[in-house]
Design a protein around this ligand. Structure first.
Ligand SMILES: Nc1ncnc2c1ncn2[C@@H]1O[C@H](COP(=O)(O)OP(=O)(O)O)[C@@H](O)[C@H]1O
Ligand SMILES: [Mg+2]
Length: 300
């Protein structure tokens, strides 16, 4: 029996999205590092809170880590509701990330709920066609509803992190002043290069930020900072985040540091980092010809 064309109508492109487009064009920033414990989640949460609280940005935090630390560290601030991000990643869907996100007590800040099933999604993604492009597609309409989308990536280069790098416009890399963290940066830079070459040519490195800098180890800090500056030049953020127990205490209390201890040193430093990030984003978005004009007028 020959198949009639009618019987093929089930083979269609995925149906139209259920989320109506908004009017914004978010910058999507992957916060990534190959190592755990370098401050990815703390930076995602605190930077996101700073952008929403002090710079009037509409911010979405996407927790790509099955450990659900974004939700845990903000648990007293996050409203009830939301849905599973893993489900969106596992099967073709018309839904978008913005539709599973939930609001917080911080005006302008939304988060995806903690999702332990992401461990399962990490494996199931392997079986999907176009497995590296799934998150990018799930954010295509969502990004028209926010100014900034921060992706908190897991501490490895698996499917979820690669999806994060493919979906992102740029990557922010937290790093501790320790040799092993520095070698992790090189590994991640390699992955960024591969993603640029194969899947996302417009991906750029927003910057590298030193976190948990303990002032008591000033010799080590200086050595590591100069090593990073030598290798990564002005990608290294001029703002450093010091070691500050206010951050871990805020996480234990389930609040952002601005709610928990607004006068702490870390609170001030993360506001400075937010300003630095916005400056870098503005420079990234400046069209090349304008950049050239600015350069020549500055030199002339
Ligand atoms: N600047 C800092 N000062 C002190 N403790 C920090 C700082 N940044 C992060 N921490 C703590 O270090 C631990 C790991 O940080 P986290 O952000 O979860 O790292 P990652 O997401 O890279 O695994 C957490 O317990 C956190 O509270
Ligand atoms: Mg984390």
């Amino acid at each position: 029996m020959r198949l009639s064309m009618g019987s093929l109508t089930g083979v269609q492109r995925v149906a139209a999205k259920s989320l109506a487009p908004g009017k914004k064009e978010a910058i999507v920033i992957a916060v990534a590092a190959q190592k755990g414990g370098v401050g990815k989640t703390t930076t995602t949460v605190t930077l996101g809170a700073a952008l929403a609280r002090f710079f009037e940005k509409e911010v979405l935090l996407v927790d790509l880590d099955a450990q659900a630390h974004v939700h845990l560290s903000l648990r007293e601030m996050v409203n009830a509701g939301g849905d599973s991000l893993a489900e969106l990643l596992e099967e073709p869907t018309t839904r978008e990330v913005a539709e599973v996100a939930v609001g917080t007590k911080i005006p302008g800040l939304e988060v995806t709920p903690g999702c332990p099933e992401l461990a399962r999604a990490e494996n199931r993604l392997s079986t999907r066609i176009g497995k590296e492009l799934v998150l990018r597609e799930l954010l295509s309409v969502s990004r028209t509803h926010y100014d900034v989308i921060l992706l908190d990536c897991p501490p490895n280069l698996g499917n979820l992190t690669i999806n994060g790098l493919v979906a992102a416009d740029c990557v922010l890399i937290p790093c501790n002043p320790a040799m092993l963290s520095v070698s992790g940066v090189e590994g991640l830079m390699g992955a960024v290069g591969e993603v640029q070459a194969a899947l996302n040519p417009s991906l750029s490195v927003l910057g590298l930020v030193l976190t948990r800098v303990d002032q008591r180890n000033s010799a080590t800090n200086t050595l590591i900072a100069s090593l990073l500056a030598e290798n990564f030049g002005d990608l290294l953020s001029t703002v450093q985040i010091g070691a500050d127990a206010a951050l871990s205490r805020a996480q234990l209390a389930g609040k952002d540091v601005f709610a928990y201890d607004p006068h702490s040193r870390a609170a001030g430093q993360y506001v400075e980092l937010a300003e630095w990030v916005l400056g870098r984003v503005a420079a990234l978005r400046q069209p090349a010809h304008e950049e050239a004009a600015t350069d020549s007028s500055a030199s002339g």
